[in-house]
Structure formats: C-alpha cells, structure tokens
Design a protein around this ligand. Structure first.
Ligand code: SF4
Length: 300
C-alpha cells in the first residue's frame, strides 16, 4: 500500500475549537476531526486533547488555513463577483492580519520562505477554478457551525460551505492536501458524511450529496442515501461509545502503524517509538519522516 502522510489539512485546527473537554476530562462533543483522530489512534487522541501536548501546525496546514480563509470570504460575495482578481484582492486584504498570528509567526520564515508560502496558498485558492466556477455556485452558507444531537452523540463542527443544488443542500469541504487514490476515498468521505448526518438531523431533510474539493486536483463526491446516512450515524455512535468508555477508565490504547513515523507525539509514546525503530530496521520508513530524527535523538 502506498502510504501518504497526512499534511496540508486545515480542518483539524478548525474543528478543534469545538471539541470541548469537561472539567473531568470527559469529551463533551464529537467533531469529524476528533472522531478521525480517535479512529486513527486512541492514544494520539489522548495526547492531543487530554494532555494537550504541543502540535504546532506546519507550513502545509497553515497554507490550507489561509486558502480556506480567502475562499470563505470570496464565496460570501454575490454571484458575479467571485473572480480570481477579487480573490487576489481578498488575499491581499487578509494577509496583514494573518501574518501576525502566532502560528504563522512561529514558522519564522525569511523573505523567500514567506514568498513561497504565499505562492503555495495562492495555488490552492486558484485551484478552486479547476474544479468549479465559483460564480456559478449557489451558496447557502459558508463556515456553517453545526451543533446537534445525532442519536446520542453530541456532534459539533464547522462546514466549509453549504450549496444548493436542485433545491437541496450539498455539503462541500475544501482540502489543500494531496487527494487520495480512489481506493482510499472512503475514509475522507466519511468526514463529510458526518456533516450530512448533522444537516439531516437539523433540517429534517437529507442533503442531496457531500463532496470534498481537493483544491487544484479533483473532487470526491458522494450521493447521500438512507443507507450511507445510517452508516454515518452508526459510525459516530460507535466512536462516541468507545471514546467515552476510554475516557471513563483513562485507558487509551495505542494503534501503531506507518503513521507513527509522522506522529507529533512520538517522543512521548514508547509503543510508537518501538514501531518506528522496527519499521526503520526493515526499510519501511520514508527518509523524510520526522519520526526518524525523534528516535535517533532518543537513542543518543
Ligand atoms: S506514535 Fe503511533 S501509537 Fe503513539 S500516539 Fe502516535 S500514532 Fe499512536
């Protein structure tokens, strides 16, 4: 299996705001990104949300954050005003504030680095036009916050965009990371199906579809049916049950695998370190994986 590390996705940062742990460290809400993180590795979830170990966003994630910001403002404009020139103007207006934000400052980029960052962000923004003409899009809402009980799961999240197609809602999310191969499309689509389940719960009507715009690459889309809506609800319920049970006993298992070599919490995780060392011994860790430096430093 071709392994691609997960980079350049701003959604984790956006949804994190809404996770919310109670004073007893019990989760109060489930968002698509926290559900995804828990499914990837329960211990990783604990490191991030309970121990709150640092996980500063890197350049790809922040490029995605800025591109999301520009597109959010662009798609709020009326049809007929969503041109690339307008997007450029918005990017120019939004940049002075963005470049003073802590996460961006922490990158400590020099002039060349900053130019390269802006170029990558613009490529992501411009990438929308390879997927659709934003001027033709019938936008219902952008950055739509949703909070609703789905079965017994307190769900919370932010949908990048809700469109209207054939008088029905369509959930649309932007991605600035690499689009997965078709055989791995189900996992990212699950995230937008969670949003579709939330919209169905809130409005009483199932959305027509859900889609992921991988900016500059391609769109993954799924038609919403009773069947896949039911699967999304069941997935959420199972994840929530398992997560709250782990939180009750404070017992979060490790799920070791190729992602350990890219895990920001590897330095705190003995199981992950053993996994990376073993994989490295067998030549199964990419040379640019940050985890190699972590295990080397720990060995020294
Ligand atoms: S290093 Fe691996 S096992 Fe440990 S928290 Fe990270 S992903 Fe999970």
């Amino acid at each position: 299996m071709e392994f691609e590390p997960h980079t350049g996705d701003a959604d984790l940062t956006v949804d994190d705001v809404h996770l919310g742990l109670g004073p007893d460290d019990q989760p109060r809400h489930l968002s698509p990104s926290s559900a995804g993180l828990y499914e990837q590795c329960p211990r990783k979830w604990r490191f991030r949300y309970v121990e709150r170990l640092p996980d500063p966003p890197g350049i790809p994630a922040l490029v995605g954050t800025f591109a999301h910001l520009v597109l959010e403002h662009l798609l709020q404009l009326p049809n007929g005003e969503r041109s690339q020139e307008q997007a450029r103007e918005l990017a120019r207006d939004l940049w002075p504030h963005f470049e003073t934000e802590t996460d961006y400052v922490a990158l400590n980029l020099d002039d060349d680095g900053s130019r390269s960052f802006k170029w990558k962000a613009w490529q992501a923004v411009e990438g929308l036009w390879t997927l659709e003409n934003p001027d033709d899009t019938n936008v219902h809402a952008t950055e739509q916050e949703v909070q609703v009980l789905i079965g017994e799961v307190p769900f919370r999240g932010i949908i990048d965009r809700l469109d209207v197609v054939k008088e029905q809602l369509v959930v649309t999310d932007y991605k600035s990371g690499k689009a997965p191969d078709q055989q791995f499309a189900q996992r990212p689509l699950k995230q937008v199906m969670f949003y579709a389940a939330a919209i169905a719960e809130l409005t009483g009507a199932a959305p027509l579809g859900a889609r992921l715009h991988y900016l500059g690459q391609r769109t993954l889309s799924i038609r919403v049916t009773d069947h896949n809506l039911g699967a999304a609800r069941r997935d959420l319920a199972e994840t929530w049950t398992s997560l709250t049970s782990d939180a009750n006993t404070d017992d979060f298992a490790t799920a070791t695998g190729p992602l350990c070599a890219w895990c920001p919490f590897l330095g705190a995780c003995a199981d992950g370190q053993a996994e990376v060392i073993e994989r490295h011994r067998n030549g199964r860790v990419r040379a640019d994986a940050p985890g190699l430096a972590v295990v080397t430093a720990l060995a020294g």
